[in-house]
Design a protein around this ligand. Structure first.
Ligand SMILES: NC(=O)c1ccc[n+]([C@@H]2O[C@H](COP(=O)([O-])OP(=O)(O)OC[C@H]3O[C@@H](n4cnc5c(N)ncnc54)[C@H](OP(=O)(O)O)[C@@H]3O)[C@@H](O)[C@H]2O)c1
Length: 268
């Protein structure tokens, strides 16, 4: 899903459904219900989104894989423009060097792009990352723990990044999702889009603090070398979801659902 400039999905407009920009916008407004109370005690609405192959893979190991076609990517940029923060893990920054903006639907110098947020406990964020070329008022927030390297922090801040420190971390030095969300809410983020990669998807699913899931399914088989969208993990509970919308974009299908802790809801 991340910033596909050279999609491998081909010219979807010839063989798939040709959705207009207006339809992509309308899908996003049906897919997300920001009027719902966010889950648990969060004051922040979390949308978890990714693109996967038919065999449930989101990437090749340490490799960028373009799964979304141009039309689902356009829809994804409308979704980005609907959130005020977009979060990925440092693994995604190192592999994809994404820009995490909504440039397909908004002029780059206009307001409305989400704040890029990167979870990076060891401050591995590269000093030549494209995110550091963003407009001054939309520079990335890099979320780290208290044990970070002060010199590295100063270097990244000199380049315009904002380093956000979350005090409580696990024994690997990684902040808990719930603490990250509290910190982001205090900094004014209300609607957060989480775009991966695999470890971050796992951490958010384990946290059970996801309000909405939007998954693009691309007609591709990545094979056994691929990185699973949802890795096998003891910590991920079965999730009850309430489907909201689905639509075909080019040859991709996008499914949107609310998560629900209400036991009366059907498990899907
Ligand atoms: N298809 C899609 O929609 C999509 C979207 C995004 C990314 N991707 C792909 O996903 C791959 C990257 O996935 P990835 O799993 O390697 O990296 P990732 O999930 O982007 O980032 C993982 C890193 O985040 C840090 N982290 C911070 N807090 C964490 C927490 N609470 N739990 C877990 N990790 C935390 C850790 O850094 P430290 O190790 O330094 O502690 C960890 O190594 C790339 O190939 C990319 O192309 C695909």
């Amino acid at each position: 899903m991340i910033d596909s400039d050279n999609s491998t999905a081909g010219d979807n407009s010839r063989i798939g459904i040709n959705t207009s920009d207006q339809e992509a916008r309308s899908f996003v407004s049906r897919a997300l219900d920001f009027s719902r109370q966010p889950t648990k005690s969060n004051s922040l609405y979390v949308t978890l989104t990714f693109a996967q192959s038919l065999d449930g893979k989101i990437a090749l190991p340490n490799q960028r894989l373009h799964l979304s076609g141009p039309q689902s990517m356009q829809m994804t940029h409308w979704m980005r423009a609907s959130h005020d923060g977009i979060l990925v893990g440092i693994g995604t920054v190192l592999t994809d060097d994404p820009r995490l903006n909504a440039r397909l639907v908004l002029p780059i110098d206009q307001p409305g792009h989400p704040r890029p947020i990167v979870l990076d406990p060891r401050l591995r964020f590269p000093t030549d990352a494209r995110l550091l070329q963003n407009n001054r008022d939309n520079m990335p927030w890099i979320v780290t723990g208290p044990q970070h390297d002060r010199y590295r922090r100063a270097e990244l801040e000199a380049l315009g990044a904002h380093v956000v420190v979350v005090d409580l971390c696990d024994d690997m030095g990684r902040p808990r999702v719930s603490d990250v969300l509290k910190e982001l809410a205090q900094r004014g983020i209300r609607h957060l889009m989480v775009e991966g990669g695999a470890q971050i998807i796992q951490a958010f699913l384990e946290s059970q603090l996801v309000d909405s899931l939007v998954v693009t399914i691309a007609p591709a088989l990545v094979g056994s070398r691929g990185v699973p969208a949802v890795p096998a993990s003891d910590g991920i509970q079965a999730l009850k979801i309430v489907p909201r919308a689905y639509e075909q974009f080019g040859v991709d299908v996008v499914l949107a659902a609310d998560t629900d802790t209400d036991t009366d809801q059907r498990m899907r």
